[in-house]
Ligand binder design. Structure first.
Ligand code: UD1
Ligand code: CA
Length: 454
């Protein structure tokens, strides 16, 4: 059975008080709508139709690579009207999952259960039982069978006591959507075309309404303001942290861990507090991440230890590497196995060979460093001449003295040594010593000036 996913995303989101359309507000580093699209793709939906309105161009431009059919709803006349505008592009057969762009956390497994429950009947919904159901559409049942969804504003006092609510997530036969939606009316308390009225139509057709509840309540929580956004962020983070711990990660404090993307992990990974993982990251067996690290789109191989407050972006780190504290790996940093990178060392677009070390205060940019080399404290690769970037090539077993300026393009041969304080502007041959500094001047028994007494 082919499944279409319809995402309602035309709402303005006035209560966010933002210039950004609500469905583009980020949750765990990704726009709300991006989460829903990701879930739709996991379900292998045959097509994804997104209804947009407010901030439409920006919403569309945010997902340029996605195969989405965008349908504009110029006026927000209600949820039923929103789905109705998709009819010209909606297939005539199969089922549609109807989701909201501002309900980002619904899990694939819950939607799969909804599809399975709805398939035989042709219509099903996700409901939830709440302590306080104020504001939501209420699920009216008789002999346990769903009879209607009544919106809060249209509900009687008795109906308002009902705690089972409509989450706004449905699975409906496309043939039936084509039949029912043109018949909706806006004769209700809000003067809107209610999607929920299809329930009454299904009953009139003698159909039974299937329903399921989500595994977790946060899956169906919507975002209307920044307070709800922050609360949902925390719930989502707690859920991700729990999943990682169940996979074997040792999170020192799951309440102080943030994953904004995806993390693949080996065995016995340990993550200290206040670590942020962004984009696509991978941590190998026994990797340890110290407190306060920010790691983005980076792979860190087995047995590597990252000390606190290190920041990585689009880097690759080999096995048994030691990094930090306060190290910075920028895009294109590639560290081979057993490399040591110490405090206040910045590496950009550079490869550092097996067991080489830069332990203190250095900038290594556009450099290629061999194995077993040592970069002295305070060394800078002068890669930029004000117009172009140039490369520094350092061989194997090189010793770069403290506080060197290596003016690129420059090449230091295998086994070469440079003296402390040198500004190296010319290539150094294999096994040579290069020293570039003025001779030391010494005056014996020097008398320092004395303070004049007044
Ligand atoms: C809707 C349901 C209610 C349910 C609640 C769950 C109806 C009539 N009611 O109510 O039973 O308990 O969701 O949160 O459906 N949207 C559009 N175009 C429109 C109107 C809405 O795209 O013309 C989008 C909104 O951006 C939002 C979603 O549809 O993503 C739901 O709309 P909203 O106005 O929040 O519906 P509720 O009145 O809360
Ligand atoms: Ca709502």
């Amino acid at each position: 059975m082919s499944t279409t996913v319809i995402i309602l995303a035309a709402g303005k989101g006035t209560r966010m008080r933002s210039n950004l359309p609500k469905v583009l507000q980020p949750l765990a580093g990704q726009p709300l709508l991006g989460h829903v699209i990701e879930t739709a793709k996991k379900l292998q939906a045959t097509n994804i139709i997104t209804i947009y309105g407010h901030g439409g161009d920006l919403v569309r431009q945010t997902f340029p690579e996605e195969k989405i059919e965008w349908v504009e709803q110029t006026e927000q006349l209600g949820t039923g009207h929103a789905v109705k505008v998709t009819l010209p592009v909606l297939p005539k057969d199969g089922m549609s999952l109807i989701l909201s762009g501002d309900v980002p956390c619904v899990q694939q497994s819950t939607l799969q259960r909804l599809i399975d429950a709805s398939n035989p009947t042709g219509i099903g919904l996700v409901t939830l039982t709440l302590d306080d159901s104020t504001g939501y559409g209420r699920i009216v049942r008789k002999n346990n069978k769903i009879q209607a969804i009544v919106e809060h504003k249209d509900a009687t006092e008795i109906e308002r006591q009902i705690r089972e609510i409509n989450t706004g997530i449905y699975c409906v036969s496309n043939a039936k959507l084509h039949e029912w939606l043109p018949k909706l009316s806006n004769n209700n308390a809000q003067g809107e075309y209610y999607l929920t009225d299809i329930v009454a139509m299904a009953l009139a057709d003698g159909m039974e309404i299937a329903s399921i509840q989500p595994e977790f309540a946060f899956e169906v929580e919507g975002v209307n303001d920044r307070v709800q956004l922050a609360a949902l962020e925390r719930e989502f983070q707690n859920h991700q942290a729990k999943t990682l711990m169940q996979q074997g990660v040792h999170l020192i404090d799951p309440a102080r861990f943030d994953l904004r993307g995806h993390l693949t992990i080996g065995k016995d990974v340990r993550i200290d507090i206040n670590v942020i993982i962004e984009g696509e990251c991978e941590l190998g067996d026994n990797v340890e991440i110290g407190a306060g690290c920010i790691i983005k789109n980076t792979k860190i191989s087995a047995n590597t230890k990252v000390q606190p407050y290190s920041v990585f972006d689009n880097a690759f780190v080999g096995e048994s590497v030691q990094i930090g504290p306060f190290a910075r790996l920028r895009p294109g940093a590639k560290l081979a196995n057993e490399v040591h990178i110490g405090n206040f060392v910045e590496v950009k677009n550079s490869s550092i060979g097996f067991a080489s070390k830069a332990n203190h205060f250095a900038y290594l940019g556009d450099a290629q460093i061999g194995s077993g080399s040592n970069i002295g404290a305070g060394t800078i690769t002068c890669n930029y001449d004000g117009a172009n970037k140039h490369k520094t090539v350092i061989g194997d077993d090189v010793f770069i003295g403290t506080n060197n300026s290596l003016v690129a393009p420059v090449k230091i041969g295998n086994g070469a040594t440079t003296g402390a304080g040198s500004t190296i502007t010319r290539d150094v041959a294999d096994n040579a010593l290069a020293v570039e500094r003025s001779q030391q001047f010494t005056k014996e028994n020097y008398q320092r000036p004395q303070k004049v007494k007044k």
